[in-house]
Write a protein that binds this ligand. Structure first.
Ligand code: SF4
Ligand code: SF4
Length: 59
């Protein structure tokens, strides 16, 4: 599944940008945004976010 980033929780640390293997996370207005069309759904960013802003969506 493609992770979801809660913009209200993201503090703009960019850890997820560095952690994403295919480099599909970018910063927009200081908040992380996933290019969903290119996300490989590896889950790396979910584990890497120190703020807990990235989660996997519930079914
Ligand atoms: S799930 Fe993997 S590919 Fe998708 S945004 Fe997160 S780190 Fe990048
Ligand atoms: S790792 Fe988390 S807090 Fe840091 S930029 Fe990414 S989503 Fe935001």
């Amino acid at each position: 599944m493609i992770p979801v980033i809660d913009k209200d929780v993201c503090d703009g640390c960019k850890d997820c940008v560095e952690a994403c293997p295919p480099e599909v996370i970018s910063m927009v207005d200081g908040k992380a945004v996933i290019d969903e069309s290119l996300c490989e759904e590896c889950g790396e960013c979910v584990d890497e976010c120190p703020s807990g802003a990235i989660t996997l969506p519930r079914k």
